[in-house]
Design a protein around this ligand. Structure first.
Ligand code: GUN
Length: 281
């Protein structure tokens, strides 16, 4: 089994981004800039945002962080996003999800201009992805594709199964795999015969959000298994959606958690940001 090293791959991508960010600065006279908006106290979001900001700084991308209290109202949040939308030093805007429940997330995300949508969540970017017309792609699924590409894992004509249908991962992941000529099945909580379907996958992407959900009996011998999960096991240790120990003997490629897809999400955010900046040249 080849262990897919997301940390090393992400470091290589971050170095590439750093060079592009420096070139952008040379040409434009200013740094590429990412605004990160975090509303409320979700502990996981706080860690993710901290990682994103640190990665920006290391890559020579200027970050603008806006921490707002959980009680922030819709008007105030919208006013901030509109100000960032108008700010020429801000090339990308990321509103960390999930937002506090009283806020209308859809309306807030809609206020991010498509050209600054470094998350690839806008209707226009999702539409382009659905039609295989380019556009900015959500960071996590883009990171998964980058891992497949850099590890020379073929997709054309292969059976790919995506477990999970979220807007952030499952759906865009399925579209990317279709665009890469895979034969794609999307499974979810209502799927019947989940085990049998997963066992047909040459490429299995687990984005369920349940610790160790994918067990050895659910994977095909020699498959490439990509674990997007970020969970805690019964001992409080970080674990993915895949039972790593059980599955590792059967598969040909496997991503660890931590150190697999997670670091790639951050690297692809930097990539999307520098690309957004380059488009303004
Ligand atoms: N929350 C979990 N993943 C993500 C992501 O990729 N982008 C944003 N904005 N929020 C998230």
């Amino acid at each position: 089994m080849t262990l897919i090293d997301g940390k090393a791959t992400a470091a290589a991508i971050r170095a590439e981004v750093k060079a592009r960010a420096a070139a952008f600065e040379q040409k434009s006279g200013k740094k590429a800039g990412l605004a990160v908006v975090l509303i409320g106290n979700d502990p996981a979001s706080q860690i993710y945002v901290r990682n994103k900001i640190r990665a920006c700084e290391e890559a020579g991308i200027r970050s603008f962080t806006h921490y707002l209290p959980a009680e922030t109202g819709q008007k105030e949040a919208l006013a901030l996003i509109e100000a960032l939308a108008a700010d020429e030093n801000v090339h990308g805007i990321l509103v960390q999800l999930p937002l506090p429940r009283h806020l209308d997330a859809k309306a807030l995300l809609a206020a991010i201009p498509t050209e600054k949508d470094v998350d690839g969540f806008s209707d226009e970017n999702i539409g382009k992805l659905a039609k295989n017309e380019g556009g900015t792609v959500a960071c996590t699924p883009r990171g998964v594709m980058e891992l497949l590409r850099r590890y020379n894992i073929p997709t054309a004509g292969k059976r790919a199964v995506v477990v999970g249908r979220s807007n952030i991962v499952g759906r865009p992941m399925a579209m990317l795999l279709i665009n890469a000529d895979a034969t794609v099945t999307v499974c979810h909580s209502k799927t019947q015969n989940l085990k049998e379907i997963c066992r047909e996958a040459d490429i299995l992407v687990a984005a369920v959000g349940k610790p160790k959900f994918i067990t050895a009996d659910m994977v095909k011998e020699g498959a490439a298994v990509i674990d997007v999960g970020m969970n805690r096991d019964e001992n409080g240790r970080s674990c993915g959606d895949v039972d790593f120990e059980g599955v590792k003997e059967r598969v040909s490629y496997l991503t660890p958690v931590p150190g697999g897809v997670g670091p790639m999400t951050v690297a692809m955010l930097l990539c999307n940001t520098v690309e957004a900046a380059e488009r303004t040249l």
